[in-house]
Design a protein around this ligand. Structure first.
Ligand SMILES: *Cc1c(COP(=O)(O)O)cnc(C)c1O
Length: 372
């Protein structure tokens, strides 16, 4: 008998969110091209579940070879970008077979590429470090890296060379001005497309980035991720106000309902004590399903269509909720932890001191995904 938990995936919402971010960006950059980011098992939604919903994208971006293989098996024929590039020489050969585009962010990767036989050349994205201090060639060595890759292009190992960077603060006041100055200084007039923006930069900086690309006569590739899954990249603007629809609905059921007297504790450690006589519902969903253990008492859960409060500690397989005011709360009653008919995943994340990215990508493999 399966537990009553599942993650419903709304494929229409996926396509609608992609259309939404494409429309926002295209109003400033008509020729914009889009990588739909599907790393981390499509932010927890399941690679095979999302591939066909992103048919309007120009490519898919991820970082796991297995996910690239799954995307090809699901029928994806357009480009696939490997965001962290190859980890070994064997990756480079497999990338060549699967027709993948590789990010190159450090010298060792250029060396690996140099081991390939000429013929069947691959597309590469050279990554510049512009202030995040994570991945990428620092500006002073970028041209040297470019010349090495150009040499591989002349040897028919590399086909096209594009330029990319990643912003640390696209969601805050710092924005993208400083990193873009560094980017223009380092890349200048080197030929090749540009690829710059995550969801936050797509939704907040498309005017500025579109203008820079058009000044330099560059094709610009955008890399939205989280917004495609209906969550907001900002802590000061909701997904709804950005025109994004929730995609994943994490559903379960009550598996027990009990009366608790005033003063009694509920759950591990008794961190919650009933302030008055209460009815407590037990939900078949816990942190081993990916529900955040740090969600506090008061986090919203919907039971039988009504918002109620989580109470006490989240346990591995269950959470408890206060259903005193829900007359239809009986074992088998519908529960929505987040998504349609429940709280926004962003709200649950904030109640647990984290972000929707972590919640969505953290839904564990024991939760079946159901494509709607
Ligand atoms: C994850 C990632 C993205 C997408 O970021 P979102 O904030 O989810 O839009 C884009 N580019 C790179 C390099 C990434 O790692």
């Amino acid at each position: 008998m399966p537990r009553p938990i599942c993650a419903e995936i709304d494929s229409k919402a996926l396509s609608a969110n992609l259309a939404r971010v494409m429309a926002v960006v295209r109003s400033h950059n008509q020729q914009a091209k889009f990588w739909a980011v599907i790393k981390a098992n499509a932010y927890g939604h399941g690679v095979s579940a999302v591939v066909s919903s992103f048919a309007a994208a120009d490519g898919l971006a991820m970082l796991d070879l297995e996910e690239a293989r799954k995307s090809r098996e699901a029928g994806w024929k357009k480009p696939i970008l490997m965001l962290e590039g190859p980890f070994s020489e064997s990756d480079v050969r497999q990338a060549q077979q699967l027709g993948l585009t590789l990010v190159l962010h450090q010298p060792e990767q250029i060396r690996m590429l140099g081991q390939l036989q000429p013929g069947n050349p691959i597309d590469v994205y050279l990554k510049l470090e512009t202030g995040m201090n994570r991945l990428g060639f620092p500006p002073h060595v970028y041209r040297e890296a470019y010349l090495q890759v150009l040499d591989l292009q002349n040897k028919a190992v590399v086909r096209t060379i594009s330029h990319m960077t990643h912003f640390a603060c696209a969601d805050s006041d710092e924005g993208v001005r400083e990193p873009m100055q560094r980017f223009q200084e380092a890349i200048g007039d080197l030929p090749g497309d540009w690829c710059l923006a995550n969801s936050a930069a797509c939704l907040r900086h498309s005017t500025e980035l579109g203008r820079l690309a058009s000044n330099h006569h560059r094709d610009l590739w955008w890399r939205p991720g989280i917004c495609l899954y209906g969550a907001s990249p900002f802590d000061d603007e909701s997904a709804q106000s950005l025109g994004l629809a929730p995609v994943m609905t994490l559903r379960s059921e009550l598996i027990s309902v009990k009366s608790v007297k005033a003063g009694e504790g509920v759950g591990y450690g008794h961190i919650f004590k009933a302030p008055h006589d209460m009815t407590i519902g037990v939900v078949a969903c816990g942190y081993a399903d990916g529900y955040p253990r740090h969600a506090v008492t008061g986090t919203t859960v919907y039971v039988a269509g009504k918002p109620v409060s989580l109470v006490g500690r989240v346990s591995m397989d269950m959470v408890m909720v206060d259903v005193t005011e829900v007359p239809h709360a009986h074992p088998g009653a519908d529960v929505v932890l987040w998504g349609k008919g429940g709280p926004l995943v962003d709200e649950v994340a904030s109640s647990a001191g984290t972000i929707s990215y972590e919640l969505l990508s953290g839904v564990t493999s024991r939760v079946p995904r159901k494509l709607k």
